[in-house]
Design a protein around this ligand. Sequence first.
Ligand SMILES: [Zn+2]
Length: 313
Amino acid sequence: MEKGARAVAGFLGTAECPASSGPGCGTLRNGIMHTDTMAPVTCKICDSTALDILAHTARCKDCGVLLYYPYPEASQPNFVTEDEKLNWYSASAQFNHDNFTHMLRYAMEGQPMSASLSILDFGGGGGQFAPICKSMFPRAAVCLVDINDDSALNGWAPFSRRIPFKDFASDSTMFDVIFLNDVFEHLHDPVGTLHLLAGKLNDGGRMFIDTPRQFWIYPLSRLLARKLHLSVLRGTVSLAHLQIWSDRAFRVATERARLRVVKSSTWAEFTMPWEFYVNNMGITNPVLRFAARAAYKASGLILRNKIACVLGK
Ligand SMILES: [Zn+2]
């Protein structure tokens, strides 16, 4: 649902973008995507050709994933300048303090505080995860990788060791735990990246992913309220958020990377105040804004916008 609290982890796989050029590419006219040829384009998660194109998105009728379309050639960094970083984290840091604590308790259940763990924060952006992780596991060694090598804030950077993005694929460091918080939706090649990360897990290691999922408003608005549905697509699928997962698509992606689910859940989790999401969708109607605020406040009961999953080899 949200834009992503952290700078984006990026393209590490080798698959070519099937729609980046040539047959299957589309053009955006008046907000509606028109495909230029009838050449088949496949779902990048399950390889199905059953894609439903609407505006700037493609929905796979087989696995259900909602994709930014046409596929871009690479992931994009979220923040480049210091001001962009500070603006984002000044609004999100307090949310993420709670979010990181919650996900660490979920993923590290049973681990003693004294465990000497090698931990990777993949796509870790500002680096806020590391000090919170080390407050719970002081002997842990945290590495940080991000598509933007300058993403970390000065106050948080000392708590992790940076591995340059271009060196990561060939780096020999192995990990006991890999965290992808609000990263999986940004990846140009999510299955290829999972393959790479799985190869960096020690025996018995675990990977934690949390990422936006399609909850009830997606199918409901698609069937009953086209204008609202287009607002939802505009607000949640972008060059930053390249895929919004269905539960089935998420399962397919992890199976293709030969990872098994240790445990999974669906959560209500936000990194920004409610106005951020509603403004992104372009919703100005006061009644709709009131309804959106009420849904946000009651999200623990009615709005499960995240998949949270622990994976093992
Ligand atoms: Zn699919």
